[in-house]
Design a protein around this ligand. Sequence first.
Ligand code: FAD
Ligand code: NAD
Length: 889
Amino acid sequence: MGEPVVRTAKRQAMRIMGHQFVMGRTIAEALDNSLAAGNRRYRYTFDMLGEAALTGADADRYFTAYTSAIGALRARVGEYADAEARPSISVKLSAMHPRFERSHRRQVLADLTPRLVDLCVAARDAGIALTLDTEESERLELTLELLEAICREPRLADWSGCGIAVQTYQKRAPAVLRYLIGLARETRRLLHVRLVKGAYWDSEIKRGQERGLAGYPVFTRKPNTDVSYLACARIVLEDGVDLYPQFATHNAHTVAAVWHMARQSRREFEFQRLHGMGEDLYAEVTRTEGLGVPCRVYAPVGEHEDLLPYLVRRLLENGSNTSFVNRIVNENEPIENIVADPVRAVDGYERVAHPRIPLPVDIYGPSRRNSSGLHLADGAVLRELADRMQHVSRRPWIAGPLVGGRELDGQPEPLRNPANLAEVVGTVGTARAEHVGEAIGIASRAQPDWDAAGAEPRAAALDRAADLYEQSLPELVAMCVREAGKTVPDSIAEVREAVDFLRYYAARAREDFGKPERMPGPTGESNELSLHGRGVFACISPWNFPLAIFTGQVAAALAAGNSVIAKPAEQTPLVAGQAVRLLLQAGVPPEVLHFLPGDGAVVGAQAVADPRIAGVAFTGSTETAKLIHRTLAGRAGAIPVLIAETGGQNAMIVDSSALPEQVVIDAVQSAFNSAGQRCSALRVLCVQEDIAAKVMRLLAGCMNELVVGDPAFLQTDVGPVIDAQARDILEQHARKIVQGARWHHRRELGPATANGTFVAPLAVQIDSLDVLEREVFGPILHVLTYRARDLESLVDAINGTGYGLTFGIHSRIDSTVRRVAARITAGNVYVNRNMVGAVVGTQPFGGCGLSGTGPKAGGPHYLHRFAHERTLTINTSAVGGNASLLAME
Ligand code: FAD
Ligand code: NAD
């Protein structure tokens, strides 16, 4: 099917479904509909369709839409029978601020509080209520803070029209209700509480796993959410005299149970349903001869182009196997099951958690634990992290050569914080030539025993190191922030990646190196293949992942039975030195692991040239990799192994079916996170010309929301580049590339960046890939537009750069995705998501061509390149015949 047909069909389908779930395209249309004869038996709450704002302009548009909706309602409130029957307004906060995130708390409160107060004042003056929708659990505390600000606003004293949705799938729902009861009482008002089960269940589970949280914020079994709903209903009805109860559900059992409870409590309350859902149920509920309880309809208002994400949530809800509205129309499902008592179901469980939803720590099964992350939306967690980071930053950090467990003196040099060059974070002693020779000597002698000890003790030491890294997370994060200029979230991800490498290679070593593999062959003979360390490996790593890549190389070499000479990047020896201390503390013998900080061209080059080095694991620039390759090739003696992971010219192709908002979120993350200093970072965004104008407009708006500054602050999105040399190279490129460019947009730098090596994020249009001669390692995104018919030649041109590291596709047409993915030669291809942050063991990482030799780091084949293979063949019939053959019946 061609794209135009798909587009027309899609538009038609959207229109049909849009009518089902949307009340009107404008508030006037929605109001007219709500006042139509058949609809008058319901109350209404209107929601302006819109998703999380990407840009300040989106947020402004949404705010204006609400302001005028309230005006429109005000003009017509007289047409409703009484105050309760009047429509209200429901507000989605993420659509009113482009950074509605915990990390941007201060800014969000400063920007949003006055806006929300204005809306509430307008709603109060109009005589209507306003309810805050609740979204992802990470945004709950911010939402509550804003509600509290409204309640404490003098201009809104005594106003009893504001409210909030409370999601009972969240385990903390009862605590939230207690808090709301206290708030209502203290600020002497009635708060509206809309009890919902919650609309983001699947994404809460996914996010919990991705972030390595200790547990999920939500229940994992549906009946637990149902029971929680009933328990919360009881709290509202029995203890919440200061709350106005609104029960939003389409589940007939929930309705019945709540109704019974509410009758006993003799409280005023209403039910709520979504427009387009639960009509039959609520026809009974609202009928005077039925339950006779009022129901308010949540009615989205907006254009079809804003509908899709809302529609997807509704379709998922309607299609879910556990959902009441799906089960009730399933003729094969007995009605007793559908209306089964959730309390009894929960009583019957041996354990509360769903048996098929493992905890985040267990998602990789019994062979290895997932690394633990931090819940950065939790104020208590943030305070503890900040305290420990500050504590460890009080004393200066020191690193120096570590040979055979001895800390040696080197020529000390200061290391400066790239975010503030006036700040010396520590000193490093550089290894001398004799240190290198001595380390390689000790390592060579120790390696055979380390190899012969077998995989288990090696793996056990790496597992212990992983635990030590996790315990030291705040210290390691502080070092990544201050020495490498990485943001706090990036630094946490860095520690987690290092931990994953340690556990993954430990698990692979147990699996592949633990015992020999029996090979098939003729009877009377046993054949075995076993894997062994090659000797001494030089591990040479870059500064951009100063802990993760450093640890990954070293852990792999050790796991495979090698001893290691570890050479960190010049810019980041402090965190690497700390990693070595933890590895030694975990039980890696000091004769096996040596640390040699120093200049690449001196220390690195000397190690590489030494014929006792059996292999080199290198990550860094393509130029250095080639230099090392030449040195190794020119060496006398055995042919060494080179594993090189190098740079990329990474592109993302976006066709006209893609969702521009999602494209821009993913492109901005891929291009500007870590100040663009990831080898996987997006360098060329290739957009089909039909949607290019919109994508570029959103891109510019989204870049304006980036916070560039000191990475020690949680709100910082883009920190400094690593040093003055890197900054100068990037600025030179920026100057050249914007000259004559048809379009470019640059984020301005604020005063907070004056003392560091910052580069303002830049997006610039180019006319051809040919203008890019080499990798541009920083926050500069090139944008290239293409015509639909040139898609294949564009893919060929990307392949033609010779690099092959990461690649992204944004398209909603499966055949295009498959066609492009099959043609591109990049090592890591990402579809409809960002293209950075490869996860160990899930997205093994590494490229081909100018981007590296492979095998992929964090993948099942990596350890093998660090190993020798040996076969052992024993003629079992040599002495006196083939006993096992003769014993057969
Ligand atoms: P049921 O079928 O009984 O319950 C389905 C719900 O159970 C799912 O949505 C999920 O919450 C939960 N669930 C499903 N599987 C599991 C599982 N394995 N473990 C644990 N729980 C599970 N949602 C929001 O998040 N924020 C809002 O502000 C909001 N506003 C709303 C306003 C109104 C008026 C209405 C009617 C709904 C609103 N919703 C909101 C959506 C609401 O969360 C869903 O419609 C609701 O969860 C469906 O529950 P139910 O009782 O109708 O159906
Ligand atoms: P770099 O090549 O300058 O340095 C990397 C390491 O090599 C450093 O430890 C350096 O001291 C050492 N070195 C330099 N000259 C040497 C020599 N002659 N002999 C031996 N060692 C020598 O790279 P960088 O600037 O530190 O890192 C950025 C580069 O790394 C970028 O090109 C990026 O794309 C690449 N990178 C690739 C990956 C990947 O997995 N493909 C991951 C991260 C970074």
